[in-house]
Design a protein around this ligand. Structure first.
Ligand code: ARG
Length: 286
C-alpha cells in the first residue's frame, strides 16, 4: 500500500523512538539538507504566531514535544489542521483514545520551554474527507483556552488575489527537511509559488497518492522542485499576502521536480469553518 507512506512512516518511527528502540534522527542525511520543509530556512515562532504544532507525547514520544503535524490559528480558540492528521493511520489508535492532544503555540524550538501548550477540547473532522483523492483534508480544533487575538491569521476568501498562480507564498512546519526522515527541531519556512491547477492535474491525475481536484485543493511549489513541504508538515499553514490560503495535505515525495505540494484550499472550507466558529463562540458565551 503506497497511500500516505509519510504519515505512517512518521508514526512508526516516532513510536520506535518513544520505545527507545532506535536512536533519534539516525536516518542518513543527504547532502545539502535544508528544508521544512524542503529548501527552507529557520524562522522565529514569535514572528509567525499563527503557526502551531499539533502534539501528543503519549502517541509520539517526548523528544520533540510529541509534534506530529502542524496547524493554523484562525480564531482565538480555533485551529485548522489536516483531517488525515487525526486518522487512525497517523495516530496508531482511534482519535478518542488520544487523551493528550494539544497544540503548542509560540514555541519554535520543540525541545525548549516557552510559548504555550493548550489542550484540544473539541475536534471536528470533515466527514467528507476522501482518503482516496485526499479532497476535503481539513479538521477544526477547538482549544480549551484562548490564544491572544494577535496570533490569529485571516483566511483568504474565494476572490482573494493571494490564490493567483505565480503568487509567492510561504509554508511553515517542523517536518522532514530532507525526505529521509530528518524531522526539524525548530520551526522552518520555505518560499513556494502558487501554481496553476493544470500543473497538479497533470502531475496527479489519480494514483495511490491521491487525485488533484482544483475545487478543494491548491497546487504550490517550484516547477524545478527544491522547495516544498514534507512529512510532518501536514496541517500547517501556506500563507500569501498575510492571509491563510492552504494547509499542507499531500504530494509525491518531497521537493521533486514535477511533483508539487498539494494543499487544502482554504476558500473551499471558509464557510464551514465560520459556521463552526459561530457555534463555538455561542457555546463559549453561555
Ligand atoms: N502527508 C504529509 C504529512 O502527513 C504531508 C506531505 C506533503 N508533501 C509534499 N510533498 N508537499 O505530513
Amino acid at each position: 500500500m503506497r497511500r500516505r507512506p509519510f504519515a505512517r512512516t512518521l508514526s512508526a518511527a516516532l513510536a520506535l523512538l518513544a520505545a527507545g528502540v532506535v536512536a533519534p534522527l539516525a536516518a542518513p542525511v543527504p547532502a545539502a539538507a535544508d528544508g521544512v520543509v524542503i529548501g527552507g530556512r529557520p524562522v522565529q515562532a514569535s514572528e509567525h504566531p499563527w503557526v502551531v504544532a499539533l502534539a501528543s507525547r503519549d502517541r509520539f514520544g517526548g523528544t520533540r514535544a510529541g509534534q506530529f503535524c502542524g496547524g493554523a490559528v484562525v480564531g482565538t480558540r480555533t485551529v485548522l489542521t489536516a483531517a488525515h492528521c487525526l486518522s487512525r493511520e497517523v495516530l496508531g489508535v482511534p482519535l478518542n483514545e488520544v487523551s493528550d492532544l494539544r497544540i503548542i503555540a509560540g514555541r519554535g524550538d520543540l525541545r525548549a520551554a516557552g510559548g504555550r501548550e493548550v489542550a484540544v477540547q473539541g475536534v471536528w473532522t470533515n466527514a467528507e474527507y476522501d482518503s482516496f483523492t485526499n479532497a476535503g483534508d481539513v479538521a477544526v480544533l477547538t482549544l480549551a483556552r484562548p490564544l491572544p487575538a494577535s496570533a490569529v491569521i485571516p483566511m483568504a476568501g474565494p476572490d482573494d488575489a493571494a490564490y493567483e498562480p505565480g503568487m509567492t507564498a510561504s509554508v511553515f512546519g517542523w517536518g522532514d527537511t530532507t525526505g529521509a526522515g530528518n524531522y526539524a527541531r525548530t520551526l522552518r519556512a520555505a518560499r513556494v509559488k502558487v501554481l496553476p491547477d493544470g500543473i497538479c492535474e497533470e502531475a496527479y491525475p489519480g494514483s495511490a497518492d491521491g487525485t488533484y481536484l482544483a475545487g478543494p485543493m491548491l497546487c504550490a511549489g517550484e516547477l524545478s522542485g527544491g522547495r516544498d513541504a514534507c512529512q510532518g508538515d501536514s496541517g500547517g499553514p501556506l500563507v500569501a499576502r498575510g492571509r491563510l490560503i492552504g494547509l499542507v495535505s499531500w504530494g509525491s515525495g518531497c521537493g521533486e521536480a514535477g511533483s508539487p505540494g498539494v494543499y487544502t484550499r482554504i476558500s473551499d472550507v471558509v464557510p464551514r469553518v465560520a459556521d463552526l466558529m459561530r457555534v463555538a463562540g455561542a457555546t463559549a458565551r453561555e
